[in-house]
Design a protein around this ligand. Structure first.
Ligand SMILES: Cc1cc2nc3c(=O)[nH]c(=O)nc-3n(C[C@H](O)[C@H](O)[C@H](O)COP(=O)(O)O)c2cc1C
Ligand SMILES: CCCCCCC(=O)C(=O)O
Length: 367
């Protein structure tokens, strides 16, 4: 739709077409949703300091992540159950990422299987997000399947020993529509939350029953012992956890509050970023998600030390508007906004974006 010109337009459109159960699941944050608001508000507290009179006639937005080239430092974060947004769900999303030459991260809780996604976009740079199940053999099988299907990294989510309390899902008694299933599993694990007779949200019951809440730092050793893929830990919000990740040998630290869906009251991810950059000292790559909706947000995150940013909900809103084409449009819009921000701020390449080009607004009140 040509009158949808920014991500907010796509979000507004999605609100008018998605069924309530799915819309609430996609948009919700935890608790009173303070952090959800903060993920957006915090970006506006950082200001861009443009550089004038630079030659920006030739521009290059490309970079590398974990040694692989991408056309821009903006990728797709893992979000569960994408076929509620479009019949082709994750397969449409990964094709869009392939078209824009960027990373697609597949959720463990996908409604298209690892193999379907690999087949849908063989040339895409694909990462697999991992939830560790109490059943370690089952977890090991997921890892082996992702490796065999050509996924290039494992993104271990470390912020979800339990599931956040999302009030709308509890009120709706969320369940997955009966024509869909969790496609990476067989039997009960595939259908446990279809029309579940949950007392509250079927999501919380699923996670409590099946995910391993005993997970500790030492389990990263176990994960390393069963895979050759680089490991990224997702959901880090403090410098001390980032350091522990580096000591445990991870290749990437993904700064995230899980789209504000786990603990309400955590900082916006952009606020947490500087502490983590300082702690990591360049010993691992740093990524960030949470509230990225505009090219200026991308610029700020890169200037502040992220190598790559990821978007969760925007791709879901894109899916509701034509599947693959909708997600491609979302990616093109933000890429174009980012390119404009770079050029008008005097940066022709990603390397030109320097830390001193973004300051907290308090900088100006001290002058
Ligand atoms: C509907 C939805 C489902 C999600 N599912 C997962 C998931 O399966 N695994 C995971 O690690 N994170 C999941 N996340 C968190 C995202 O990966 C990401 O951290 C978050 O969406 C980023 O914030 P944004 O939506 O503001 O871009 C989910 C987020 C949403 C909104
Ligand atoms: C079926 C329960 C787990 C869903 C995991 C998705 C997720 O992380 C989210 O934030 O929602």
């Amino acid at each position: 739709m040509s009158n949808l010109v920014c991500i907010q337009d796509y979000e507004n459109h999605a609100y008018s077409v998605l069924p309530r159960n799915a819309l609430d699941y996609y948009r919700s944050g935890a608790g009173q949703q303070e952090t959800l608001l903060d993920n957006r508000r915090a970006f506006s507290r950082y200001k861009i300091r443009p550089r004038c009179l630079q030659d920006v006639s030739k521009r290059d937005l490309s970079t590398t992540v974990l040694g692989q080239k991408v056309s821009m430092p903006i990728g797709i974060a893992p979000t569960a159950m994408q076929r509620m947004a479009h019949p082709e769900g994750e397969c449409a999303n990964v094709r869009a990422a392939q078209g824009l030459e960027t990373v697609f991260t597949l959720s463990t809780i996908s409604t298209s299987s690892i193999e379907e996604v690999a087949q849908a976009a063989p040339r895409a740079l694909k990462w697999f997000q991992l939830y560790i199940y109490k059943d370690r053999q089952l977890t090991k099988n997921l890892v082996e399947r992702a490796e065999k299907a050509g996924f290039k990294a494992l993104v271990l989510t470390v912020d979800a020993p339990l599931f956040g309390l999302r009030l709308a899902d509890m009120r709706n008694k969320f369940s997955l529509p009966s024509h869909l299933r969790m496609a990476n599993f067989d039997g009960e694990k595939a259908t446990k939350i279809n029309n579940s007779p949950a007392k509250s949200s079927g999501l919380n019951e699923y996670v409590s029953a099946l995910f391993d809440a005993t997970l500790q730092w030492k389990d990263i050793e176990w994960l390393k012992s069963i895979t050759k893929l680089p490991i990224v830990i997702k959901g880090v919000l403090t410098g001390s956890d980032a350091k522990r990740g580096v000591e445990a040998g991870v290749a990437g630290i993904w700064v995230s509050n899980h789209g504000a869906r786990q603990v309400d009251g955590t900082p916006a991810s952009i606020e947490a970023l500087p502490e983590i950059v300082q702690a990591v000292q360049g010993k691992a790559e740093i990524y960030l998600d949470g509230g990225i909706r505009d090219g200026t947000d991308v610029f700020k995150a890169i200037a502040m030390g992220a190598r790559m940013v990821f978007m969760g909900r925007p791709a879901l809103w894109g899916l509701t508007q034509g599947g693959q084409e909708g997600v491609e449009n979302i990616l093109k819009i933000i890429k174009n906004e980012f390119e404009h921000t770079m050029a008008i701020s005097g940066c022709a390449t990603i390397a030109d974006i320097e830390p001193n080009m973004v300051v907290h607004e308090l900088y100006y009140s001290k002058l």
